[in-house]
Design a protein around this ligand. Structure first.
Ligand code: RP5
Length: 166
């Protein structure tokens, strides 16, 4: 097995039910990843160490998910030059999801976090693969195949929907 290229982190194990979708799609796309819990508020030193060491350990993208006062993605982005993809989680301490979204989305100039939709960990995984694909031809081809499979699924569903009208 080669070294993980994507690090998936989350503020709590309670985020796993959402964040596992990133892991599942990375598995499907054949991208090596690692996954763990790193809490910005409860384990700040661990967050610091994880973010500072990520590039040297060979990671190329970090996916960070958190809910409520969701500071993990932004703080990790402040500590690394790797691209960080943020997943807002509608967690037990989130009022309606907007708190998670805005905490991750509204970053200051100079410290971007690529924020996906609420609970959209699958898209975070796909985006991570696309970032890797930009400099890896084999992964780029897999992403092209993946996009083609999306088109095929829509065309199949279209036939099914149109079948009801005849
Ligand atoms: C956030 O608080 C975590 O990312 C999680 O979404 C939320 C709730 O955490 P738990 O109380 O379930 O551990 O920091």
């Amino acid at each position: 097995m080669s070294k993980p290229q994507v690090g998936i982190i989350m503020g709590s194990s309670s985020d796993l039910k959402v964040m596992k979708d990133a892991a599942d799609v990375l598995k499907e796309l054949g991208i090596e990843f690692e996954m763990t819990v790193v809490s910005a508020h409860r384990t700040p030193d661990r967050m610091f160490d994880y973010a500072k060491g990520a590039a040297d350990r060979g990671l190329r993208v970090i996916i960070a998910g958190a809910g409520g006062a969701a500071h993990l993605p932004g703080m990790v982005a402040s500590l690394t030059t790797l691209p960080v993809i943020g997943v807002p989680v509608k967690s037990s301490n989130s009022i309606d999801g907007w708190d998670s979204i805005l905490s991750i989305l509204q970053m200051p100039n100079g410290v971007p976090v690529a924020t996906v939709a609420l609970n959209a960990a699958k898209n975070a995984g796909i985006l991570a693969a696309q970032i890797i694909g930009a400099s890896d031809k084999a992964v780029l081809q897999r992403m092209a195949d993946y996009k083609e499979s999306l088109k095929d699924k829509v065309m199949e569903s279209k036939d099914e929907v149109e079948g009801y009208s005849s």
